[in-house]
Design a protein around this ligand. Structure first.
Ligand code: ADE
Ligand code: ZN
Length: 333
């Protein structure tokens, strides 16, 4: 079966660092890791909640020091995403996670951007970069980093909001997002992953976001669901992530089918694939196995991802045509 053509809209580039690459970069940078080997590191990938994952995710970033490190991580992701059928990727980068370690903004931005630059020529995959701010750090710091990104004319299309959600509501970042809007940047935010539905309301009303990342707790608030459906606000859902971070008990308990049945504009993404047991193709394969999704539903999810992307009309229409061709090439369900 040919791969389902999709747009990846919820992907943290630092969450694509595979254990093998972590060890390779550690060797290159003479960093001693607190794990014996790749297997020992993999054994740490047992999470109880978002914070338990974030602790390891940030710790492993210690191996990223040079532009080349950031470029190698990004190239490895692009090759894997291409194999997964990704035709367009909007990629999150966490600049503050590197700045606090003494890695300059230029190093991480230029390294990732260098690898993205030849993606279209190499793999036919269009890409763009989104700078995500860490909500468990001060809003003033985020504003300062945003000003630096604007001043250096960084190759970003927008900003996001991620990291530990509970206790750090979107309202904390109203000024940051107002500045981003004024600079013509697209705005998205994680909300309703672990946080209450009120965080989704705030992201929409106070931050003016165009998409909600995760948003799975929206189903707890009927009035919110009606608004999300009426406005067809995109929700970038990450099923394997939600299982591994225990937002849901098992994949069979995942709300995705209920969200689709309610008419919500959901699409499927991989979040931090090296930590959560799968890239986009793995997410689709497991969803198909668990829920028996058919060709129509898969094509619908893929089309939602393309329509929710920050793409021009021409590229969007090309990718929607590819999805139609994929649908027509499938055997009858
Ligand atoms: N940073 C990387 N992955 C994340 C997630 N799933 N939620 C919040 N912040 C993140
Ligand atoms: Zn995420």
């Amino acid at each position: 079966m040919s791969r389902l053509p999709t747009a990846e809209l919820h992907l943290h580039i630092e969450g694509t660092l595979e254990p093998e690459l972590i060890f390779e970069l550690a060797r290159r940078n003479a960093i001693v890791l607190p794990y014996r080997d790749v297997e020992d590191l993999r054994k740490q990938y047992e999470f109880t909640d978002l914070q338990s994952f974030l602790d390891l995710y940030y710790a492993n970033m210690a191996v990223l020091r040079t532009e080349q490190d950031f470029a190698d991580m990004t190239s490895a992701y692009l090759a894997r995403a291409h194999a997964a059928g990704v035709r367009h990727a909007e990629i999150f980068l966490d600049p503050q996670a590197h700045l606090v370690r003494g890695v300059p903004l230029e190093t991480c931005i230029n390294g990732v951007a260098a690898a993205l630059r030849d993606s279209e020529a190499r793999n036919g995959m269009s890409t763009s970069l989104i700078a995500a701010f860490l909500r468990d750090r001060p809003a003033e710091e985020a504003l300062g980093v945003l000003e630096q990104l604007i001043a250096m004319d960084a190759p970003i299309i927008g900003i996001g909001l991620d990291s530990a959600e509970v206790g750090h509501p979107p309202s904390k970042f109203t000024a940051v997002f107002a500045r981003a809007h004024a600079a013509g940047l697209k705005c998205v935010a994680h909300a309703g992953e672990e946080g209450e539905p009120g965080y989704i309301w705030e992201a929409l009303d106070l931050l003016g976001v165009a998409r909600i990342d995760h948003g799975i707790r929206a189903l707890e608030d009927e009035v919110l669901v009606q608004r999300l459906v009426a406005e067809q606000i995109p929700l970038t859902v990450c099923p394997l992530s939600n299982v591994r971070l225990r937002s849901v008990d098992t994949l069979a308990d995942h709300p995705l089918p209920r969200m689709l049945a309610r008419g919500l504009n959901v699409s499927v993404h991989s979040d931090d694939p090296s930590y959560f047991g799968g890239y986009l193709d793995d997410n689709f394969a497991q969803l198909t196995g668990t829920f028996g999704l058919g060709t129509e539903q898969l094509a619908q999810l893929a089309a939602n991802s393309v329509r929710s992307a920050f793409l021009g009309a021409e590229r969007s229409s090309t990718l929607l045509d590819e999805i139609d061709q994929w649908r027509d090439s499938q055997p009858a369900d």
